[in-house]
Design a protein around this ligand. Structure first.
Ligand code: MG
Ligand code: MG
Length: 267
């Protein structure tokens, strides 16, 4: 698809349903995160939940990806494949989830921090990355351009000395998981495609504690930081409407589960 596909308000409501189901799936996963659990077990919990709710995991089989969740631990930025890895205290766990339901996708990501001593630097990375997402969402307003979003995200991350990943970007979303426009987390204000009402995009800052440089592991999926320092990733689905900006996904249920889970750190 080479053009931005504008959505009707009815279509935006269907994207909201899929996006909220993604949030519910994250919350279900968050209940089970603890040291010793395998990332493959979390993936199974997510897939079962999505299918029980009448959805289809968007990522499973997408480009050959073998799982329902991307779980990227510590220096892994995105696209980590769930497997036999057992979660450890102090891990930074980025979980990305997509759901297809009623003909439309939802796609959002949340990064968890497992309780440990000496986690202040990691907690700050998560907090600033979440702020980057929130700031990016406020710039996703009708009449703005895609570059306004990336510019705002980049400024906030770099102000704290963090690296903004260049190789991976946010995207339009609808009947396809990845549509136009690309939504970089860097760039120049006032540049790029105009954000017209009916545009639905995923804003997803991927912020590294150290260098912005990344590399791909031998599994051909997992992207890791070049300096092996941790990375964080948060993602929302956002609709640009005549009325303004609407965030279609939600972290509310996830944050409730984090508060209840003694192994997880609230940001
Ligand atoms: Mg995405
Ligand atoms: Mg995602």
């Amino acid at each position: 698809m080479s053009k931005v596909i504008l959505k009707t308000s009815e279509e935006i409501e269907l994207i909201r349903i899929s996006s909220l189901l993604v949030g519910d799936t994250h919350a279900e996963v968050a209940k089970h995160i603890r040291p010793g659990i395998k990332t493959s077990e979390l993936d199974k919990i997510a897939e079962t939940f999505i299918r029980d709710m009448g959805g289809i995991p968007s990522f499973k089989g997408f480009g050959g990806f073998p799982a329902s969740l991307c779980i990227s631990v510590n220096q892994a930025v995105v696209h980590g494949i769930p497997g036999n890895y057992e979660i450890q205290p102090g891990d930074v766990l980025s979980v990305d989830c997509g759901v297809f339901k009623n003909g439309f996708h939802g796609d959002s990501a949340y990064t968890y921090l497992i309780q440990d001593e000496q986690i202040e630097d990691k907690k700050k990375l998560l907090k600033i990355t979440l702020e980057c997402l929130e700031i990016g969402c406020t710039f996703a307003a009708p009449g703005n351009r895609v570059g306004d979003i990336g510019s705002a995200i980049q400024k906030h991350a770099e102000k704290h000395g963090y690296g903004v990943v260049r190789e991976l970007v946010g995207h339009g979303l609808g009947r396809e998981l990845h549509e136009k426009p690309e939504v970089p987390n860097y760039g120049k204000a006032g540049s790029g495609p105009l954000l017209k009402p009916g545009t639905t995009i995923c804003i997803e800052p991927m912020i590294n504690m150290g260098t912005k440089a990344v590399k791909t592991l031998a599994d051909k999926w997992t992207i890791v930081t070049a300096d092996a320092k941790p990375s964080a990733h948060f993602e929302h689905v956002v609709a640009i409407t005549e009325q303004g900006t609407e965030i279609l996904s939600s972290f509310l249920k996830i944050e409730e589960e984090i508060k209840k889970n003694e192994y997880l750190v609230s940001i």
